[in-house]
Design a protein around this ligand. Structure first.
Ligand SMILES: [Zn+2]
Ligand SMILES: [Zn+2]
Length: 140
């Protein structure tokens, strides 16, 4: 593995929480100033093919330092990605459903979408403010 790929791998491992390509690019440049975004893209694809990192199929695409396959949940407001824990029962059920549909070599790992805690609180605060404005001054 050359110096650039090593630096990219180190960046993914250092950032940990499912970084985007842009975040990995910024982190890699801290140790390898001259690296280009295209090199980072190619390096990430190569590292994923080698099984050293895992690609998470979100938009924007993210990478995971954890290579053991697992399911994720994505916030549709801020794009934060987290691992889903203790879902092997659900994953087994998905594999079974896919087998019944005639599929083999099924990857049961899913990406769920939702609203994270931080965004939910922000949203609730926003809703409270609007409700107060709506109440006006002439009510009882
Ligand atoms: Zn969020
Ligand atoms: Zn993950």
């Amino acid at each position: 593995m050359n110096r650039q790929k090593t630096a990219i791998l180190q960046a993914v491992r250092k950032l940990r929480s499912h970084p985007t390509v842009d975040e990995i690019f910024a982190e890699t440049r801290r140790s390898l100033n001259s690296i280009s975004l295209a090199t980072v893209y190619r390096g990430l694809e190569w590292l994923a093919e080698q099984g050293l990192i895992m690609r998470v199929d979100t938009r924007p695409r993210r990478y995971d330092h954890q290579t053991r396959p697992h399911s994720h949940v994505v916030c549709r407001y801020c794009g934060r990605v987290e691992d889903l824990r203790d879902v092997s029962g659900a994953e087994a059920a998905l594999v079974e459903a896919a087998r019944r549909a005639g599929y083999s070599e099924v990857q049961p790992f899913v990406v769920l979408s939702g609203v994270c805690r931080a965004c939910r609180y922000a949203h609730v605060r926003q809703a409270d403010l609007s409700a107060e404005e709506g109440r006006g001054h002439d009510g009882g």
